[in-house]
Design a protein around this ligand. Structure first.
Ligand code: ADP
Ligand code: MG
Length: 253
């Protein structure tokens, strides 16, 4: 019998910056192949939660499991070593609002960088892998251009290919379309949708509510560092139970 436990398991997660408590006892799971949309007003702690899953932020308490690896945080747990952090991080691909591509490198070099320097793949293998990821996002024909020559939507698709080139277990998107001109949003959403169809496990922070409703299995609403409501995407977006969720969603109508 196969036991299917969640791919991501976040338990009792806490994080403060100085006196400001940003995450208060956060619990949530993402099934393998599942897509969770993380929604909520600005300042509610979405980015901090996403960065915690990637360990770019080190939480104060609670635990995070991705795949086989668990980290527990707090005074009774030892601080993870940088090598352990790096290994864990490479299992989760993260895509940011502002692409963060290396401007002086070609598109192909951008995507090859981590496979060569982090995964230590031979260059020819890394190049094949990078080209395959660029094909997946529809940009193989741009491999030898520099990022500056691409549109914002294309840059973001390169950033997605770059994250995929690490062959991560999960992908995390933090407002991946928020910096884009409106006409460039849909190509990036389409790429994310394809990943979902391919069975990638994802957590997506987005303000594109119809997209979240469509692509996510589940939604998690945050406010002031707590999960106020979560449930199946369509049902919860169409008929939220909590006043805080209703009020948040009303801004999008
Ligand atoms: P969201 O992504 O939902 O807008 P964030 O996780 O970015 O929320 O931020 C939640 C709160 O934590 C905000 O009040 C923000 O100012 C604060 N915050 C985030 N990162 C830091 C940091 N590195 N240092 C201090 N405060 C931070
Ligand atoms: Mg944010």
């Amino acid at each position: 019998m196969t036991t299917s436990r969640p791919m991501i398991e976040v338990k009792a997660l806490r994080k403060s910056f100085g006196t400001l408590t940003v995450l208060k006892d956060i619990n949530f799971n993402v099934e393998a192949g599942g897509v969770v949309a993380l929604l909520g007003p600005s300042g509610s702690g979405k980015s901090t939660l996403l960065r915690s899953i990637n360990l770019l932020v080190v939480p104060d308490g609670g635990s995070i499991r991705v795949g086989q690896t668990t980290f527990a945080f707090g005074p009774s747990h030892k601080t993870p070593r940088s090598r352990e952090l790096a290994a864990f991080r490479s299992r989760t691909g993260m895509v940011f609002q502002n692409f963060n591509l290396f401007p002086h490198m070609s598109v192909l070099q951008n995507v090859m960088e981590a496979p060569v320097y982090v995964r230590k793949l031979p260059r020819n293998e890394a190049q094949d892998l990078a080209m395959a990821q660029l094909e997946k996002v529809g940009l193989a024909d741009r491999a030898y251009q520099v990022p500056q020559t691409l549109s914002g939507g294309q840059k973001q698709r390169v950033a997605i290919a770059r994250a995929l080139a690490m062959e991560p277990d999960v992908m995390l998107f933090d407002e991946a379309t928020s910096a884009l001109d409106p006409e460039l949003v849909s190509e990036v959403l389409l790429t994310i949708q394809q990943l979902a169809a391919d069975g990638m496990t994802m957590v997506i922070v987005t303000h594109e509510i119809p997209f979240a409703r469509d692509v996510a299995d589940r939604v998690v609403f945050m406010r002031d560092g707590v999960v106020v409501e979560e449930g199946p995407a369509r049902q919860t977006i169409d008929d939220p139970h909590m006043e805080a969720t209703r009020s948040f969603l009303s801004h999008f109508h």
